[in-house]
Design a protein around this ligand. Sequence first.
Ligand SMILES: [Zn+2]
Ligand SMILES: [Zn+2]
Length: 98
Amino acid sequence: MADTAVAPVTSIELHEAMVCAEHREEICDMCNVDYRQENDEFFGFTPADRTALTIPALGGLKDGVWSCKKHTNTECTQCFNWKKQLNKLHKEAKKAGK
Ligand SMILES: [Zn+2]
Ligand SMILES: [Zn+2]
């Protein structure tokens, strides 16, 4: 298939983290997107070659805000704890010498 038109990159903002709109992944091979740098910068980290954020299963959209499936909570601090996750992922990346 000749791809004359590049599909528009669509992301959604999930509690301030950018993820692929279609599959809700920070790094999506299917959409060929990688939002690590955006998210690192947003949360005040130096962009690094780290593992992608773990995006929890989502419940539904409530007033434009996603809830987690597990707790059906739009303000879930367990599932949407990006900063905590990023801290850990950056430490691991540093350890791995990246
Ligand atoms: Zn995707
Ligand atoms: Zn939750």
